[in-house]
Design a protein around this ligand. Structure first.
Ligand code: SAM
Length: 440
């Protein structure tokens, strides 16, 4: 491990006192490996796990395995996520026990840990707006959201400033803010090199800027969950204090439920020498004031009817509306249409609902996202691949197996991976090149 910055060591020594030696020693230990299972996909091939006390589907693994070499990982069977950050679930269960019909924003969403977790907890109810401003990270987010398979989600790529004009749309806001990353020092050496006092100050200014732009799109009595992966109080409790000082928010107490989690003035802090996970901070607030404009009612866009092909591909066509963007056709829950129309006016939408396919001439080519979706229809021809065949499929190689002409869903452990099209003696592989695995 590179040497820790002197100013960081001094600050931690003041903050943790006698415990600081244990803290510094913990940074030299191997980080635990943890995953969170999908609630509806198969996960029974993963053994030797230990439950994470604060997350129902979160588990520690005994050791790091090659996730890329597990086709079930590519089918969305589980998400690899650091354990402390799964504490989001406890906060949600404490303060938002019923997710029905709620509009939820995950503002800083890539690579998708919190968003996939939120989708599991929402389990098809309400709307998640999953936003990531950085284009390359947004692509990774969309891939992870697609693997999770829910259609009640819109992925946007907008700056916090774009949310100011939206009106009070959201009931819940999760802001997992970009931070100085002190909590990742054990896992990510680059975070140590990038750390400086100047950078922590820039981070804290950026966090305040982000919050000042997005909080007026939170409804009165809406819940704001703020988190970082740093120990720096200026990026944690001080930011929360700033929100309270506006007179618009009150902080909410979060039960710490597990020994070793440290209560701070406004939130909870996770330290790697006290719990099995990385450094993390989380706080929750309620919005007490009614500032902000109610979102205006939108004029409904023309609704396209679902073709027989789309009806066959998606399991629950009723209650979905179809829209087209370039050549891609999407279905989106009808119940969420008003929110979608509003978002379209203010934000840069990258993906909404489920992309069912792309039109090419008279044909509709089924989309890679459809293969991973929980809404996939039952009457689709499926080919269950063994391990070696699945790995070949994920490398985008064509298969020589004998199949009837037409489209087939390639599955592994009965979970969709992607599409094969059998044409005149060969099966073309439609797994996207940008998702393919490159290892031998
Ligand atoms: N929530 C994610 C998860 O659980 O997988 C991790 C989010 S990461 C801590 C913070 C994200 O904020 C990064 O993806 C980064 O690109 C994004 N970000 C950076 N600057 C930003 C800004 N000024 N406004 C909004 N998001 C920003």
């Amino acid at each position: 491990m590179p040497n820790l910055p002197k100013e960081f060591i001094e600050r931690v020594q003041v903050d943790l006192g006698k415990e600081s030696d244990d803290f510094f020693a913990s940074l030299k230990t191997t980080p635990p490996v943890s995953i969170r299972f999908h609630p509806h996909k198969r996960t029974d091939h993963i053994h030797n796990t230990t439950a994470i006390p604060w997350c129902d589907l979160g588990y520690y693994l005994e050791e790091r395995i090659s996730f890329t070499s597990d086709p079930a990982f590519h089918a969305g069977s589980f998400y690899v996520q650091e354990a402390s950050s799964m504490f989001l679930e406890k906060v949600i269960k404490q303060w938002i026990p019923d997710f029905k019909d709620l509009n939820v924003l995950d503002l800083c969403a890539a690579p998708g840990g919190k968003s996939t977790h939120l989708l599991s907890l929402m389990d098809g109810n309400g709307l998640l707006v999953s936003n990531e401003v950085t284009p390359a990270r947004n692509a990774i987010l969309r891939h992870n959201i697609s693997k999770w398979g829910y259609s009640n989600v819109v992925v946007t790529q907008s700056r916090p400033e774009s949310f100011t004009s939206l009106g009070t749309l959201f009931d819940v806001m999760v802001i997992d803010a970009p931070c100085s990353g002190e909590g990742l020092f054990r896992k990510d050496m680059a975070a140590i090199d990038e750390w400086s006092v100047k950078n922590t100050l820039l981070c804290s200014a950026r966090q305040n800027h982000i919050l000042s732009n997005v909080t007026n799109s939170l409804k009165k009595s809406g819940i704001l969950i703020y988190s970082t992966c740093t120990f720096n109080p200026q990026e944690n409790d001080d930011v929360i204090q700033g929100l309270i000082n506006t007179g618009q928010f009150e902080s909410l107490k979060i039960p710490k439920v597990h020994d070793g989690i440290v209560e701070t003035k406004h939130g909870l802090q996770f330290y790697p020498h006290k719990i099995k996970g990385e450094g993390f901070y989380i706080a929750a607030l309620i919005k007490t004031d009614d500032q902000g404009i109610k979102p205006a009612r939108r004029k409904q866009n023309k609704i396209l009817s679902l073709s027989d092909q789309v009806k066959q591909w998606i399991g629950v066509p009723d209650g979905h509306r179809l829209y087209q963007n370039d050549n891609r056709q999407y279905v989106f829950p009808e119940l969420l249409a008003a929110q979608f129309d509003l978002l379209k006016e203010h934000l840069h939408i990258k993906q909404a609902g489920l992309c069912v396919g792309e039109t090419k001439g008279k044909d509709l080519i089924p989309s890679p996202e459809l293969a991973l979706s929980l809404s996939l229809g039952d009457n689709i021809s499926k080919v269950d691949l063994n391990y070696d065949e699945a790995m070949e499929f994920l490398r985008c190689n064509n298969s020589g197996m004998s199949l009837p002409l037409g489209w087939h869903l390639a599955t592994y452990m009965n979970m969709g991976l992607g599409w094969l099209k059998s044409v005149q003696g060969r099966n073309n592989n439609y797994f996207p090149k940008s998702w393919r695995i490159l290892n031998k």
